[in-house]
Structure formats: C-alpha cells, structure tokens
Design a protein around this ligand. Structure first.
Ligand code: HEM
Length: 170
C-alpha cells in the first residue's frame, strides 16, 4: 500500500462529473428546482460538478487499481420536497478494466454502489498530472433508488474525468 502524504489534500486533484445532463435540465426547468453544493463540492467552468480529492492512500497511481476517495456533496430538490437526489463523497473503486463508483449512503458510513463501467479507462498525462476519463458509465441496480426509480439499471450517465498526481511524484 502506498501513501501520498500532503498530496492527498491538493485542491487541484479532483473528479469532475456532470452526473446526467437530462437530470440537470429537468431539475433546472422545475419551478422550484434547487441544487446545493457543500462540503467542498464545486461547479467547474465547464458546468460539471467537481469533487475534491480526499484520499489516495489505497490507490496505485501507476496501475490505476484500488480506491480513490473524493469528497463533496451535490443535492437536488424540487416538487415541493418530493424530489430529493443526493450525491455525496464519491469513491472510485478500480481494477483492471473496470470501475465502480460508490457514494455515501446514510449516517452510518455505509456506501451504495451507484455506477459501473467495464470498458476501460482512457489515461492521458502531462508534466504535472494525469487524467483518467471514464466514458459511458452505467447506473447500477442499487443506484436506481437514488433517482426515484426513474432511470433503469444500465442507463448511461455522463462521463467522468479524474485528475490525479503522476505516479512518479509520489
Ligand atoms: C410531484 C411529483 C413529480 C412529478 C409531477 C414529476 C414529473 C416528471 C416529469 C413530467 C418528468 C419528465 C420530464 C421530461 O422528460 O422533460 C420527470 C422526469 C424525472 N423525474 Fe420526476 N416528477 C415527480 C417527482 C419525482 C421524484 C420524487 C423524483 C425522485 C428523484 C423524480 C425524478 C425524476 C427523474 C430522475 C426524471 C428524469 C429526468 C431525465 O433525465 O430526463 N421525480 N418527472
């Protein structure tokens, strides 16, 4: 297992994810639609949500395997409180050729499997960071509950882009 010391809190490293454009359009169009970002979640200039890196001590930056933890919460509301969707503290669990995204579920530290992708990850690097792109991630069965059972298992969500330190810099 590797440790990455002070880099674990580096604000430049993050997960950017639009979640699902049609969902954002839907909530935005509601007369009482709301979105709330908290716990260091942010909105990028490109309109995606940005979750900051919290812990990469269980992630191998060279082989892209293990767990990389992000923090931040994005909440959507509407329909006089009947609609409530919360995406909180997303973690990526990666193994060869497959990715699972889990989110915090409830107050007891439980996690819920939200998204999977088995098509591999695109990796690019420059001199200061590496970026992983996860295209066509799909909703899990347990994830359907997060969206009020409106979407179905395997419905495609927006791509995720992850910016991480280079393996050489650890
Ligand atoms: C008063 C209650 C509600 C009404 C009248 C309502 C109405 C609608 C309508 C008309 C659409 C289709 C929108 C479109 O295609 O442009 C829709 C989509 C949707 N609703 Fe609701 N809804 C209600 C409650 C909820 C609740 C409680 C949730 C729970 C999360 C929810 C989640 C969604 C989602 C995820 C979509 C799909 C958005 C998309 O990706 O196109 N809705 N709803």
């Amino acid at each position: 297992m590797m440790t990455h010391g002070s880099r674990m809190q580096a604000p430049a490293f993050h997960l950017r994810w639009g979640i699902k454009k049609s969902l954002i359009d839907y909530v935005t169009a509601l007369r009482d639609g709301t979105r709330k970002l908290s716990d260091s979640a942010d909105e990028s200039t490109t309109g995606e949500f940005q979750f900051s890196l919290a812990d990469i001590s269980r992630f191998d930056l060279a082989s892209h395997t293990g767990v990389v933890q992000f923090r931040g919460r994005v909440e959507f509301g509407g329909h006089m409180g009947m609609l409530y969707v919360c995406i909180s503290d997303p973690w990526l669990h990666m193994s060869a050729g497959s990715v699972e995204l889990t989110v915090a579920d409830g107050d007891f530290g439980d996690r819920l499997s939200l998204i999977v992708q088995h098509d591999g990850v695109e990796v690019s690097r420059n001199s200061t960071y590496q970026q992983l792109v996860i295209r066509q991630p799909k909703l899990t069965e347990s994830g359907t509950a997060v969206f009020g059972e409106v979407y179905e298992t395997n419905d495609v969500f927006d791509e995720m882009r992850v910016t991480l330190p280079l393996p050489e810099t650890r």
